[in-house]
Unconditional design. Structure first.
Length: 284
């Protein structure tokens, strides 16, 4: 099964210093996502938790505030981690610079691993999932926050910048593809849940200012010509105001699954229904 992306990874070295400013998430949405991650990940105070692709530490720190668990934040970007380490309570997190495909921990080290809009950055997604499987304890949980292709296609910014959508559809696995990758890596009992927060509403002028900041990592994979063309298209397209903020600030698909406590005889355990392109199953 091919799981490698068709486009280069984003270099966050030039983004890290302003990332939190241009990707500021409303507090009520952050709280909603964290509570769902805790619930789906079965995270308790005594849990040992790894966030893969922690970036500037927003979710790792918020999780610590909720649970006081032992938390490790792992990211491949030294600049994003440098920003994370400057934040209040940063001393309570163990920050590690490493690739998701080579996690520098012994097997069976974590009770839960989670990631938030990070899966699409991994070049070899199956390898990353196999590494996560390796470092999880038997019975441990994996929680992935991502977006379905249908959600992406409805976004205003991707309709105005079709090249962005082309790149994202090659990087983001569809939900059925992600479930197949999880099963191939050995995970069982997958469940899918949509988490919907409260979008901020922007004027067209404010949305254009947001685009100019290139707040989505994929903007940095566009040629300057493509970016300017899309910006001109946005400026000249009539659209009703106000405009909803990008989904990454308020809504996601949470995919949760489990490492077997005892290796199952039937490796196809945990099949679920498919509805509107998203597999739905009983939550565990």
């Amino acid at each position: 099964m091919k799981s490698k992306t068709l486009c280069p990874a984003t270099d966050y070295s030039g983004i890290a210093a302003r990332y939190d400013r241009v990707r500021e998430m409303p507090e009520e949405n952050l709280d909603l996502w964290i509570r769902e991650i805790i619930r789906q990940g079965h995270i308790q105070r005594e849990s040992i938790v790894l966030e893969v692709g922690c970036g500037t530490g927003r979710f790792a720190l918020a999780l610590w505030e909720h649970t006081n668990s032992r938390i490790v934040g792992l990211d491949v970007s030294p600049d994003m981690l440098k920003t994370a380490k400057t934040k209040p309570s940063a001393k309570n997190i163990e920050w590690i610079e490493a690739d998701a495909e080579t996690i520098p921990y012994a097997g069976k080290a974590f009770d839960c691993v989670f990631m938030v809009f990070a899966m699409h950055h991994f070049e070899d997604k199956r390898r990353a999932l196999e590494e996560i499987f390796r470092v999880l304890k038997p019975g441990g949980r994996l929680v992935i926050a991502t977006a379905s292709h249908g959600m992406l296609q409805k976004e205003i910014v991707f309709r105005i910048f079709p090249e962005l959508m082309r790149i994202e559809s090659s990087r983001f696995p569809s939900i059925p593809q992600l479930l197949r990758l999880l099963r191939a890596a050995g995970f069982i009992n997958p469940a899918v849940r949509r988490v919907t927060g409260y979008p901020a509403w922007l004027t067209k002028e404010a949305y254009i200012r947001w685009i100019r900041e290139k707040p989505i990592s994929t903007f940095h994979l566009l040629s300057e010509e493509n970016f300017k063309e899309g910006l001109r298209r946005f400026q000249t397209t009539d659209m009703p105001e106000p405009l909803p903020q990008c989904l990454a600030y308020h809504s996601c698909i949470l995919v949760s699954c489990q490492k077997w406590a005892k290796k199952p005889i039937n490796s196809e355990a945990g099949r679920h229904q498919v509805k509107d392109g998203i597999r739905l199953g009983k939550e565990t």
